[in-house]
Design a protein around this ligand. Structure first.
Ligand SMILES: NC(=O)c1ccc[n+]([C@@H]2O[C@H](COP(=O)([O-])OP(=O)(O)OC[C@H]3O[C@@H](n4cnc5c(N)ncnc54)[C@H](OP(=O)(O)O)[C@@H]3O)[C@@H](O)[C@H]2O)c1
Length: 339
Protein backbone atom coordinates (compact mmCIF):
# COMPACT_ATOMS: atom_id res chain seq x y z
CA UNK A 1 0.00 0.00 0.00
CA UNK A 2 1.31 3.44 -0.96
CA UNK A 3 0.38 5.37 2.18
CA UNK A 4 1.52 3.98 5.51
CA UNK A 5 1.61 6.76 8.05
CA UNK A 6 1.71 4.50 11.10
CA UNK A 7 4.32 1.87 11.93
CA UNK A 8 1.63 -0.59 13.07
CA UNK A 9 -1.90 -1.14 11.74
CA UNK A 10 -4.02 -0.59 13.71
CA UNK A 11 -1.80 1.79 15.67
CA UNK A 12 -1.84 1.36 19.43
CA UNK A 13 -3.50 3.99 21.61
CA UNK A 14 -0.80 6.43 22.66
CA UNK A 15 0.94 6.39 19.26
CA UNK A 16 1.68 9.93 18.12
CA UNK A 17 1.60 10.85 14.45
CA UNK A 18 4.03 13.58 13.43
CA UNK A 19 2.50 15.92 10.84
CA UNK A 20 5.73 16.18 8.86
CA UNK A 21 5.30 12.54 7.81
CA UNK A 22 1.70 12.93 6.57
CA UNK A 23 0.44 13.94 3.11
CA UNK A 24 -3.03 14.84 1.88
CA UNK A 25 -2.85 12.16 -0.83
CA UNK A 26 -5.40 9.66 0.63
CA UNK A 27 -7.98 12.48 0.68
CA UNK A 28 -7.17 14.18 -2.60
CA UNK A 29 -9.72 13.57 -5.34
CA UNK A 30 -12.39 12.49 -2.83
CA UNK A 31 -15.58 14.46 -2.27
CA UNK A 32 -16.29 15.36 1.38
CA UNK A 33 -19.80 16.18 2.66
CA UNK A 34 -19.77 18.12 5.92
CA UNK A 35 -23.16 17.57 7.54
CA UNK A 36 -24.00 20.49 9.86
CA UNK A 37 -22.51 23.97 9.63
CA UNK A 38 -22.27 24.84 13.33
CA UNK A 39 -19.05 25.88 15.02
CA UNK A 40 -17.12 22.69 14.21
CA UNK A 41 -18.75 21.89 10.85
CA UNK A 42 -17.90 25.37 9.57
CA UNK A 43 -14.29 25.02 10.76
CA UNK A 44 -13.87 21.66 9.01
CA UNK A 45 -15.51 22.86 5.79
CA UNK A 46 -13.43 26.06 5.57
CA UNK A 47 -10.15 24.34 6.46
CA UNK A 48 -10.72 21.43 4.07
CA UNK A 49 -11.42 23.89 1.26
CA UNK A 50 -8.29 25.88 2.11
CA UNK A 51 -6.38 22.57 1.86
CA UNK A 52 -7.72 22.05 -1.67
CA UNK A 53 -10.27 19.35 -0.80
CA UNK A 54 -13.66 19.32 -2.54
CA UNK A 55 -16.41 20.03 0.02
CA UNK A 56 -20.19 20.31 -0.01
CA UNK A 57 -22.28 21.13 3.04
CA UNK A 58 -25.35 19.10 4.01
CA UNK A 59 -28.05 21.05 5.85
CA UNK A 60 -31.41 19.99 7.24
CA UNK A 61 -34.60 21.55 5.93
CA UNK A 62 -34.98 25.08 7.30
CA UNK A 63 -31.40 25.01 8.57
CA UNK A 64 -30.48 28.12 10.54
CA UNK A 65 -26.87 27.99 9.33
CA UNK A 66 -27.26 26.75 5.77
CA UNK A 67 -27.53 30.33 4.46
CA UNK A 68 -24.20 31.20 6.02
CA UNK A 69 -22.54 28.21 4.34
CA UNK A 70 -24.01 29.34 1.02
CA UNK A 71 -22.85 32.93 1.56
CA UNK A 72 -19.38 31.58 2.31
CA UNK A 73 -19.27 29.95 -1.10
CA UNK A 74 -20.26 26.33 -0.42
CA UNK A 75 -22.74 24.24 -2.35
CA UNK A 76 -25.42 23.47 0.24
CA UNK A 77 -27.58 20.39 -0.32
CA UNK A 78 -30.25 18.54 1.65
CA UNK A 79 -28.49 16.04 3.94
CA UNK A 80 -29.57 12.95 1.96
CA UNK A 81 -28.30 14.42 -1.34
CA UNK A 82 -24.99 15.54 0.18
CA UNK A 83 -24.47 12.06 1.65
CA UNK A 84 -25.38 10.29 -1.61
CA UNK A 85 -22.70 12.14 -3.58
CA UNK A 86 -19.87 11.89 -1.04
CA UNK A 87 -16.84 9.65 -0.55
CA UNK A 88 -16.39 10.95 3.02
CA UNK A 89 -19.32 12.05 5.19
CA UNK A 90 -18.44 14.10 8.27
CA UNK A 91 -21.19 14.14 10.88
CA UNK A 92 -20.83 17.54 12.54
CA UNK A 93 -24.05 17.38 14.51
CA UNK A 94 -24.91 17.77 18.19
CA UNK A 95 -24.62 14.49 20.12
CA UNK A 96 -28.36 14.48 20.70
CA UNK A 97 -29.18 14.67 16.96
CA UNK A 98 -26.82 11.93 15.76
CA UNK A 99 -29.09 8.88 16.06
CA UNK A 100 -32.07 10.43 14.27
CA UNK A 101 -30.00 11.96 11.47
CA UNK A 102 -28.03 8.72 10.97
CA UNK A 103 -31.14 6.51 10.67
CA UNK A 104 -33.19 8.89 8.56
CA UNK A 105 -30.85 10.93 6.37
CA UNK A 106 -27.44 9.26 6.31
CA UNK A 107 -27.41 5.44 6.40
CA UNK A 108 -29.99 4.92 3.62
CA UNK A 109 -28.07 7.22 1.25
CA UNK A 110 -24.42 6.31 1.90
CA UNK A 111 -22.38 4.97 -1.02
CA UNK A 112 -21.11 1.42 -0.31
CA UNK A 113 -17.44 2.36 0.17
CA UNK A 114 -17.94 5.85 1.62
CA UNK A 115 -16.28 6.68 4.92
CA UNK A 116 -17.96 8.39 7.86
CA UNK A 117 -16.11 10.68 10.24
CA UNK A 118 -16.67 12.48 13.51
CA UNK A 119 -15.11 15.27 15.57
CA UNK A 120 -16.16 13.67 18.87
CA UNK A 121 -16.52 10.08 20.05
CA UNK A 122 -19.99 10.12 21.63
CA UNK A 123 -22.04 8.83 18.69
CA UNK A 124 -19.92 5.70 18.29
CA UNK A 125 -19.00 5.18 21.95
CA UNK A 126 -22.64 5.23 23.05
CA UNK A 127 -24.18 3.49 20.02
CA UNK A 128 -26.02 6.46 18.53
CA UNK A 129 -24.45 5.49 15.21
CA UNK A 130 -23.72 1.84 14.51
CA UNK A 131 -21.78 1.67 11.24
CA UNK A 132 -22.64 -1.14 8.85
CA UNK A 133 -20.03 -3.92 8.62
CA UNK A 134 -16.73 -2.93 7.04
CA UNK A 135 -17.65 0.76 6.83
CA UNK A 136 -14.58 3.02 7.21
CA UNK A 137 -15.31 5.10 10.31
CA UNK A 138 -12.84 7.52 11.87
CA UNK A 139 -12.48 10.24 14.47
CA UNK A 140 -10.49 13.42 13.87
CA UNK A 141 -11.09 15.52 16.96
CA UNK A 142 -9.27 18.85 17.08
CA UNK A 143 -8.33 19.84 20.61
CA UNK A 144 -9.75 23.28 20.02
CA UNK A 145 -12.91 25.28 19.67
CA UNK A 146 -13.97 25.71 16.03
CA UNK A 147 -13.36 29.45 15.50
CA UNK A 148 -9.82 29.17 16.83
CA UNK A 149 -9.17 26.24 14.48
CA UNK A 150 -10.18 28.43 11.52
CA UNK A 151 -8.00 31.31 12.71
CA UNK A 152 -4.90 29.15 13.24
CA UNK A 153 -5.30 27.23 9.98
CA UNK A 154 -5.61 30.50 8.05
CA UNK A 155 -2.30 31.52 9.66
CA UNK A 156 -0.66 28.28 8.48
CA UNK A 157 -0.85 26.67 11.89
CA UNK A 158 -3.08 24.17 13.68
CA UNK A 159 -3.84 22.41 16.95
CA UNK A 160 -3.18 18.90 18.28
CA UNK A 161 -5.83 16.31 17.48
CA UNK A 162 -7.07 12.90 18.58
CA UNK A 163 -7.45 10.22 15.93
CA UNK A 164 -9.34 6.93 16.08
CA UNK A 165 -10.94 4.33 13.83
CA UNK A 166 -13.50 1.69 14.75
CA UNK A 167 -12.20 -1.89 15.09
CA UNK A 168 -14.19 -3.04 12.07
CA UNK A 169 -12.83 -0.29 9.78
CA UNK A 170 -10.44 -1.32 6.99
CA UNK A 171 -6.77 -0.57 7.75
CA UNK A 172 -6.67 2.20 5.12
CA UNK A 173 -9.12 4.18 7.29
CA UNK A 174 -6.16 5.21 9.43
CA UNK A 175 -4.47 6.80 6.42
CA UNK A 176 -7.67 8.66 5.62
CA UNK A 177 -7.97 9.85 9.24
CA UNK A 178 -4.38 11.09 9.20
CA UNK A 179 -4.78 12.92 5.88
CA UNK A 180 -8.06 14.39 7.09
CA UNK A 181 -6.41 15.57 10.33
CA UNK A 182 -3.73 17.29 8.27
CA UNK A 183 -6.32 18.92 6.00
CA UNK A 184 -8.36 20.42 8.85
CA UNK A 185 -5.31 21.43 10.88
CA UNK A 186 -5.45 19.08 13.82
CA UNK A 187 -2.02 17.45 13.73
CA UNK A 188 0.12 20.36 14.97
CA UNK A 189 1.95 19.13 18.04
CA UNK A 190 0.87 15.62 17.08
CA UNK A 191 -2.04 13.41 16.08
CA UNK A 192 -2.62 11.27 19.18
CA UNK A 193 -4.09 7.82 18.61
CA UNK A 194 -7.02 6.98 20.86
CA UNK A 195 -10.39 5.20 20.71
CA UNK A 196 -13.86 6.68 20.29
CA UNK A 197 -14.68 5.61 23.84
CA UNK A 198 -11.54 6.99 25.44
CA UNK A 199 -11.95 10.33 23.66
CA UNK A 200 -15.61 10.59 24.65
CA UNK A 201 -15.28 9.54 28.29
CA UNK A 202 -12.26 11.72 29.00
CA UNK A 203 -13.76 14.69 27.13
CA UNK A 204 -17.04 14.51 29.06
CA UNK A 205 -15.24 13.97 32.36
CA UNK A 206 -13.00 17.01 31.73
CA UNK A 207 -16.03 19.14 30.88
CA UNK A 208 -17.98 18.03 33.94
CA UNK A 209 -15.29 17.80 36.60
CA UNK A 210 -13.18 20.76 35.52
CA UNK A 211 -13.83 22.97 32.52
CA UNK A 212 -17.57 23.59 32.42
CA UNK A 213 -18.63 22.18 35.81
CA UNK A 214 -16.08 22.07 38.60
CA UNK A 215 -14.29 25.31 37.79
CA UNK A 216 -17.46 27.35 37.33
CA UNK A 217 -18.92 26.07 40.62
CA UNK A 218 -15.59 26.78 42.37
CA UNK A 219 -15.72 30.37 41.09
CA UNK A 220 -19.34 30.83 42.19
CA UNK A 221 -18.64 29.41 45.64
CA UNK A 222 -15.52 31.56 46.19
CA UNK A 223 -17.30 34.70 44.96
CA UNK A 224 -20.28 34.05 47.28
CA UNK A 225 -18.02 33.43 50.30
CA UNK A 226 -16.18 36.74 49.87
CA UNK A 227 -19.32 38.78 49.17
CA UNK A 228 -21.28 37.14 52.04
CA UNK A 229 -18.38 38.06 54.34
CA UNK A 230 -18.86 41.73 53.40
CA UNK A 231 -16.17 42.18 50.75
CA UNK A 232 -16.96 44.26 47.67
CA UNK A 233 -18.47 42.52 44.67
CA UNK A 234 -15.90 44.06 42.30
CA UNK A 235 -13.00 42.93 44.44
CA UNK A 236 -14.45 39.45 44.70
CA UNK A 237 -14.90 39.30 40.94
CA UNK A 238 -11.35 40.45 40.22
CA UNK A 239 -9.72 38.07 42.70
CA UNK A 240 -11.81 34.96 42.12
CA UNK A 241 -12.75 35.17 38.43
CA UNK A 242 -10.96 37.78 36.36
CA UNK A 243 -7.46 36.67 37.35
CA UNK A 244 -8.19 33.08 36.43
CA UNK A 245 -7.14 33.89 32.86
CA UNK A 246 -3.69 35.02 34.01
CA UNK A 247 -3.21 31.74 35.84
CA UNK A 248 -4.53 29.53 33.05
CA UNK A 249 -2.28 31.32 30.54
CA UNK A 250 0.74 30.49 32.74
CA UNK A 251 -0.46 26.93 33.22
CA UNK A 252 -0.98 26.47 29.49
CA UNK A 253 2.52 27.69 28.75
CA UNK A 254 4.60 26.43 31.68
CA UNK A 255 2.66 23.60 33.39
CA UNK A 256 1.93 23.32 37.13
CA UNK A 257 5.58 23.36 38.26
CA UNK A 258 6.43 26.29 35.99
CA UNK A 259 3.40 28.20 37.27
CA UNK A 260 4.54 27.92 40.90
CA UNK A 261 7.84 29.60 40.07
CA UNK A 262 6.15 32.53 38.34
CA UNK A 263 3.69 33.64 41.01
CA UNK A 264 4.45 35.42 44.30
CA UNK A 265 5.89 33.41 47.18
CA UNK A 266 2.75 34.14 49.18
CA UNK A 267 0.50 32.90 46.39
CA UNK A 268 2.59 29.75 46.02
CA UNK A 269 2.65 28.99 49.77
CA UNK A 270 -1.06 29.78 50.24
CA UNK A 271 -2.09 27.74 47.25
CA UNK A 272 0.04 24.72 48.11
CA UNK A 273 -1.17 24.59 51.73
CA UNK A 274 -4.86 25.62 51.31
CA UNK A 275 -5.67 24.16 47.89
CA UNK A 276 -5.67 20.55 49.12
CA UNK A 277 -8.10 21.54 51.92
CA UNK A 278 -10.58 22.84 49.34
CA UNK A 279 -10.16 19.96 46.86
CA UNK A 280 -9.90 17.06 49.28
CA UNK A 281 -10.59 13.31 49.12
CA UNK A 282 -14.37 13.90 49.24
CA UNK A 283 -14.12 15.86 45.96
CA UNK A 284 -12.08 13.08 44.39
CA UNK A 285 -14.73 10.55 45.52
CA UNK A 286 -17.48 12.59 43.84
CA UNK A 287 -15.33 12.92 40.72
CA UNK A 288 -15.09 9.12 40.61
CA UNK A 289 -18.91 8.93 40.86
CA UNK A 290 -19.27 11.33 37.94
CA UNK A 291 -16.73 9.31 35.94
CA UNK A 292 -18.63 6.07 36.66
CA UNK A 293 -21.88 7.64 35.42
CA UNK A 294 -20.20 8.53 32.14
CA UNK A 295 -18.53 5.13 31.77
CA UNK A 296 -21.62 3.02 32.38
CA UNK A 297 -23.85 5.12 30.08
CA UNK A 298 -26.01 6.73 32.78
CA UNK A 299 -24.91 10.21 31.72
CA UNK A 300 -25.53 9.43 28.04
CA UNK A 301 -29.07 8.22 28.76
CA UNK A 302 -29.80 11.24 30.95
CA UNK A 303 -28.42 13.65 28.33
CA UNK A 304 -30.54 12.14 25.56
CA UNK A 305 -33.68 12.21 27.72
CA UNK A 306 -33.22 15.55 29.45
CA UNK A 307 -31.02 17.83 27.32
CA UNK A 308 -33.95 20.18 26.77
CA UNK A 309 -33.56 21.27 30.41
CA UNK A 310 -30.25 22.96 29.52
CA UNK A 311 -31.73 26.33 28.56
CA UNK A 312 -33.69 26.55 31.82
CA UNK A 313 -30.65 25.60 33.91
CA UNK A 314 -28.53 28.20 32.11
CA UNK A 315 -31.21 30.87 32.64
CA UNK A 316 -31.26 30.11 36.37
CA UNK A 317 -27.48 30.41 36.50
CA UNK A 318 -27.61 33.70 34.58
CA UNK A 319 -29.88 35.10 37.31
CA UNK A 320 -27.38 34.16 40.06
CA UNK A 321 -25.00 36.53 41.88
CA UNK A 322 -21.81 35.84 39.94
CA UNK A 323 -23.41 36.09 36.51
CA UNK A 324 -25.21 39.31 37.50
CA UNK A 325 -21.99 40.85 38.83
CA UNK A 326 -20.18 39.98 35.60
CA UNK A 327 -22.42 42.06 33.30
CA UNK A 328 -21.41 45.62 34.25
CA UNK A 329 -17.79 44.64 34.96
CA UNK A 330 -17.34 42.94 31.61
CA UNK A 331 -18.58 46.08 29.86
CA UNK A 332 -15.74 47.99 31.58
CA UNK A 333 -13.09 45.31 31.17
CA UNK A 334 -13.82 44.65 27.48
CA UNK A 335 -14.45 48.11 26.03
CA UNK A 336 -15.53 47.85 22.42
CA UNK A 337 -17.83 44.91 23.09
CA UNK A 338 -17.70 41.14 22.74
CA UNK A 339 -14.31 39.97 21.51
N1 LIG B 1 -18.07 23.54 19.04
C1 LIG B 1 -16.81 23.14 19.13
O1 LIG B 1 -15.88 23.97 19.17
C2 LIG B 1 -16.48 21.66 19.15
C3 LIG B 1 -15.22 21.25 19.64
C4 LIG B 1 -14.87 19.89 19.56
C5 LIG B 1 -15.77 18.97 19.01
N2 LIG B 1 -17.00 19.41 18.57
C6 LIG B 1 -17.91 18.40 18.00
O2 LIG B 1 -18.33 18.82 16.71
C7 LIG B 1 -19.64 18.32 16.44
C8 LIG B 1 -20.55 19.47 16.07
O3 LIG B 1 -20.66 20.33 17.19
P1 LIG B 1 -20.94 21.89 17.03
O4 LIG B 1 -20.54 22.53 18.32
O5 LIG B 1 -20.36 22.40 15.76
O6 LIG B 1 -22.55 21.89 16.90
P2 LIG B 1 -23.50 23.13 16.66
O7 LIG B 1 -22.70 24.41 16.63
O8 LIG B 1 -24.63 23.00 17.61
O9 LIG B 1 -24.03 22.91 15.16
C9 LIG B 1 -24.71 21.80 14.80
C10 LIG B 1 -25.12 21.83 13.32
O10 LIG B 1 -25.85 20.64 13.10
C11 LIG B 1 -27.11 20.95 12.52
N3 LIG B 1 -28.11 19.98 12.98
C12 LIG B 1 -28.61 19.78 14.22
N4 LIG B 1 -29.46 18.75 14.21
C13 LIG B 1 -29.50 18.28 12.93
C14 LIG B 1 -30.20 17.22 12.29
N5 LIG B 1 -31.02 16.42 12.96
N6 LIG B 1 -30.00 17.05 10.96
C15 LIG B 1 -29.17 17.83 10.26
N7 LIG B 1 -28.48 18.87 10.82
C16 LIG B 1 -28.66 19.07 12.14
C17 LIG B 1 -27.43 22.35 12.97
O11 LIG B 1 -28.37 22.85 12.07
P3 LIG B 1 -28.85 24.38 11.93
O12 LIG B 1 -28.08 24.87 10.76
O13 LIG B 1 -30.32 24.33 11.70
O14 LIG B 1 -28.48 25.08 13.21
C18 LIG B 1 -26.02 22.98 12.92
O15 LIG B 1 -25.72 23.41 11.60
C19 LIG B 1 -20.08 17.57 17.70
O16 LIG B 1 -19.75 16.20 17.54
C20 LIG B 1 -19.19 18.20 18.78
O17 LIG B 1 -19.01 17.35 19.89
C21 LIG B 1 -17.37 20.72 18.63
Amino acid sequence: MEHRFFVEYPPLPGTVLEPAGVTLKPLQGLGVAVIGYGTMGRAHALNLRRSGIEVVVGAREGSARGPRARSEGFTVLPVAAAVAGADVVMLMLPDTSMAGAWQRDVLPHLQPGAAIGFAHGFAIAFDQVVPDAGRPCFLAAPKSQGDLLIELHAAGRGVPGLLAATETSPAATWDLAAAYGLAVGCLEGGGFVTTFREECVSDQFGEQAVLCGGVIELLKAAYDVLVDAGYGAENAYFECVHELKLITDLLHRHGVAGLRGRISGTAAYGGLTRGPRIIDESVRARMREVLAEIEDGRFARELLAEHERTAGLAAAEAAGPLARAAGPLLARLNPGGDK
